[in-house]
Design a protein around this ligand. Structure first.
Ligand SMILES: [Zn+2]
Length: 209
């Protein structure tokens, strides 16, 4: 979409969407936000969680980054944008659900699979995608000889599980999950079929919601 269309799109939003939901926006200003769900998804322009869950403003708290990755818990002196957003959602907004949503044809996962990012030519991306190394190792170990598209999909889904595991390294998430206050979910959006799959721990697979 050309940039100028964003401006006309905004004008249409302000007149029609905002104009038709003045009560909702007024309530969100008066009462603040109280979303029940945090969704961590990829920055990919094709995978907007609000669009594919048909959500309204105030419904979901969203963190988007390259490949929908949750880094492990670390309180060092570097900046942790994703961890800060997760902290705010869990400790202040007190969300009840945390969703990690991966997707098919993920560029971040492709770069990880081709080890392009791991060669270190990027200033930030390489170290970021290194977080996904355990997912890559798992897929290479278990599906070494499989066709590339099968391995790619497996990597995208394995990365969701790595992120879910990393969520549990945050002590206040681990305790909230153990107390039954917060529930974790792994989702996978299939761009070709438009289907949303959810990880079922009992079956160890992603199945349509
Ligand atoms: Zn992606």
């Amino acid at each position: 979409m050309p940039f100028k269309n964003l401006i006309s799109g905004y004008k249409s939003f302000h007149k029609n969407y905002f104009g038709g939901r003045k009560k909702l926006f007024k309530a969100l200003v008066r009462d603040g936000q109280a979303p029940e769900t945090l969704i961590i998804s990829c920055s990919d322009s094709r995978t907007d969680p609000a669009v594919l869950t048909n959500s309204s403003p105030g419904d979901i708290f969203v963190v988007r980054n390259v490949a929908a990755i949750v880094p492990p818990y670390k309180t060092d002196s570097t900046h942790h944008g994703t961890s800060a957003a997760i902290e705010f959602a869990v400790r202040t907004l007190k969300v009840k659900h945390i969703v990690v949503m991966g997707h098919s044809f993920c560029g971040g996962c492709r770069a990880l699979a081709e080890k392009e990012v791991l060669r270190g030519q990027y200033e930030f991306l390489s170290r970021w995608m290194e977080i996904g190394s355990p997912a890559l190792e798992k897929v290479e170990r278990e599906l070494g000889g499989a066709p590339e598209d099968v391995k790619r999909r497996a990597l995208e889904q394995a990365l969701v599980l790595v992120s879910l595991g990393n969520l549990l390294t945050f002590p206040w998430i681990k305790s909230a999950v153990e107390a039954g206050v917060v529930e974790l979910h792994g989702w996978y959006f299939d761009l070709e079929t438009g289907e949303l799959l959810s990880y079922r721990d009992s079956a160890k697979t992603f199945e349509e919601i």
